[in-house]
Design a protein around this ligand. Structure first.
Ligand code: GTP
Ligand code: MG
Length: 198
C-alpha cells in the first residue's frame, strides 16, 4: 500500500463519537510509551502527524487518521500509565476492550510490544481478548533499533515463548520508527487485511 494522503480526523473519547461512515479501520494498541504514535508517523512518512512524547500517557483519545480517503488508522490510548486515576484507567480499559471486541468496521488489530521487554499483564489482557476472536490480530515489536544482534535473537526467542504459552499463533513484525524497519511489511499487511482501492 502506498499512503498518498493521511489526515487527522478526530480524537474520540466516547463510543458515540467514533466515526459512523463505516470505512474499514486498523487499530494500533499497546502500553503507554511503546511507540504507537511514532509508528504511525513512520508509516505516514510524516514526522509530526501523531503527537509523540517522552511522557507516557500522551494519547488519551482514540485518534482517527483517514488514509487515502479509504480507511482509518486508529491510534488507541496507551494503557498501563500509572499517573492517571484508577477510575479513569478502568474507564479506558473498558472502552478499549469494547472497541476491540465490538467495533464492526475493525479489520485488524496491531498489538505493539516493546522488543526489549516481555508483554505486561495489561498486554496479556489484550491477548486474551483477541484470542479466538474474528478480527485478524498481529504483533508488532517496536524499537528494534535499540537491539544488538544478540538481543535481537533473544527478543525473537522471548516472543516465541510468550506466544506458545498463550497458545497464540500470530504474525510478528519487527519494526523501528527510527530506521523504518518493517515499514513495507506492515503496509502490506494493512493492504491485505483492510483493502485498497483498485
Ligand atoms: P502513548 O501515546 O503515551 O500511549 O505512547 P506511544 O505508544 O504513542 O509512544 P510514542 O510514539 O509517543 O513514543 C514514546 C517514546 O519512545 C518517544 O520518546 C519516542 O521517541 C520513542 N520511540 C518510539 N518508537 C521508537 C523507535 O522505533 N526507536 C527508538 N529508538 N525510539 C522510539
Ligand atoms: Mg501516542
Amino acid at each position: 500500500m502506498i499512503i498518498k494522503d493521511i489526515q487527522f480526523i478526530k480524537g474520540a473519547t466516547r463510543w458515540e463519537h467514533l466515526p459512523e461512515d463505516g470505512l474499514p479501520e486498523v487499530a494500533f494498541v499497546g502500553r503507554s510509551n511503546v511507540g504507537k504514535s511514532s509508528l504511525l508517523n513512520m508509516l505516514a512518512g510524516r514526522v509530526k502527524l501523531a503527537r509523540i512524547s517522552r511522557t507516557p500517557g500522551k494519547t488519551q483519545e482514540f485518534n482517527y487518521y483517514r488514509v487515502n480517503n479509504r480507511l482509518y488508522f486508529v491510534d488507541l490510548p496507551g494503557y498501563g500509565y500509572a499517573k492517571i486515576s484508577r477510575a479513569q484507567r478502568n474507564r479506558w480499559g473498558r472502552f478499549i476492550g469494547r472497541y476491540l471486541t465490538e467495533r464492526a468496521s475493525l479489520r485488524a488489530v496491531f498489538h505493539l510490544i516493546d522488543s526489549r521487554h516481555a508483554p505486561t499483564a495489561r498486554d496479556e489482557d489484550v491477548m486474551a481478548l483477541m484470542r479466538g476472536g474474528p478480527v485478524p490480530y498481529l504483533f508488532v515489536l517496536t524499537k528494534t533499533d535499540k537491539l544488538s544482534g544478540n538481543q535481537r535473537a533473544r527478543s525473537r526467542a522471548m516472543i516465541k515463548t510468550v506466544l506458545e504459552k498463550a497458545a497464540l499463533e500470530v504474525p510478528v513484525i519487527f519494526t523501528s520508527a527510527k530506521d523504518k524497519r518493517g515499514r513495507e511489511e506492515l503496509l502490506q499487511w494493512i493492504e491485505d487485511l483492510a483493502g485498497e482501492p483498485g
